[in-house]
Design a protein around this ligand. Structure first.
Ligand SMILES: [Zn+2]
Length: 247
C-alpha cells in the first residue's frame, strides 16, 4: 500500500450519520464513539461471517437487523430488546474482524488523527492521542481500554465508552495499526516525573513500601514487642548515622 495514502480522504466518505438505518442509529449512540462503521459490502460478504453463526443466537435475524435500512429505534428499544442485544453482539464480532483489514485500519486512522479516542492522561506524554485496545480477545472478559503509543501503557477510556467490550477491538489492534502506519508512531517520552521533597530529590529507598512482616514476626509473642500505634522509643545511646548523599 502506498505510504502517501491519505486515510482522511478515504474515510471522509464514511462519516457516520443517523440515516434511519440500524447502523446509523447504533453509531449515533455516545457509547459507540470508538467504533468505525463497517461497510455494507463487508457485512454482506459471507466469507467475512464465517464461524460467527454458532456464536450468536438467531444469527440470521440479528444480521437482518444490522442491515435494516429503515430501523425504528423506538420499537428497537422496546419490543425487540433481545434482538438488539444479539445484533450488537454480532456487529461487535464483525467489527473486530473488519479492524484487522487495511480498510478497517484506515478508517480508524481518521478517528485517531481527529483525537476521537482521547489523549493520554500522563503529563509527560503531552496530549498524545491514544487508540482503543482490548486486554482479551474473547467477548465478555474485559471492557475496552486505550493504549498510548508514547508511554506504551493502557488507561481507562472516556467515561461514555467504558461499557464497550474490549474484544470489539482486540488485543492486537493498536500494534497492527502502527505496522500499517509506522510514520504515525510517536517518539518515546523524553521526560519523567521526579519525586522531590522541598526541591530535593528523594533517595530511592524513601520511595519503597515498608517491609512486610514475615510469619515469624507474627508468631513472636515477646512482651518487648511495641504495641500497635505506639511509636518506638528513641535509643539515644546509639550514634545517629550520617545522612545518605542524594543522587
Ligand atoms: Zn502516554
Amino acid at each position: 500500500m502506498s505510504k502517501k495514502y491519505d486515510c482522511i480522504k478515504r474515510s471522509s466518505s464514511q462519516m457516520t450519520t443517523s440515516d434511519g438505518s440500524w447502523l446509523g442509529w447504533f453509531h449515533s449512540l455516545p457509547v459507540n464513539t470508538f467504533l468505525c462503521r463497517v461497510p455494507d459490502d463487508f457485512l454482506k460478504y459471507s466469507l467475512n461471517l464465517t464461524d460467527l453463526e454458532p456464536q450468536v443466537p438467531n444469527f440470521d435475524r440479528a444480521l437482518d437487523i444490522i442491515l435494516d435500512t429503515e430501523f425504528d429505534k423506538e420499537s428497537g428499544f422496546n419490543s425487540m430488546e433481545t434482538d438488539v442485544k444479539e445484533s450488537t453482539h454480532l456487529y461487535g464480532l464483525i467489527h473486530a474482524r473488519y479492524l484487522l483489514t487495511p480498510d478497517g485500519i484506515n478508517d480508524m486512522c481518521l478517528k485517531y488523527k481527529r483525537g476521537d479516542f482521547g489523549s493520554c492522561p500522563r503529563i509527560h506524554c503531552e496530549g498524545q492521542f491514544v487508540l482503543p485496545v482490548g486486554l482479551a480477545d474473547n467477548f465478555g472478559e474485559s471492557r475496552v481500554k486505550v493504549y498510548c503509543p508514547r508511554c506504551q501503557d493502557v488507561y481507562q477510556p472516556y467515561k461514555c465508552c467504558t461499557m464497550l467490550d474490549g474484544a470489539i477491538f482486540g488485543s492486537s489492534f493498536p500494534h497492527l495499526f502502527f505496522m500499517q502506519w509506522p510514520q504515525l508512531r510517536p517518539q518515546p517520552p523524553t521526560r519523567k516525573y521526579t519525586p522531590r521533597l522541598y526541591g530535593f530529590k528523594l533517595h530511592k529507598s524513601a520511595l519503597l513500601p515498608p517491609p512486610t512482616e514475615s510469619p515469624s514476626d507474627n508468631n513472636d509473642n515477646s512482651s518487648s514487642k511495641a504495641k500497635v500505634g505506639t511509636p518506638p522509643a528513641l535509643d539515644l545511646s546509639k550514634k545517629v548515622p550520617p545522612p545518605t548523599p542524594l543522587n
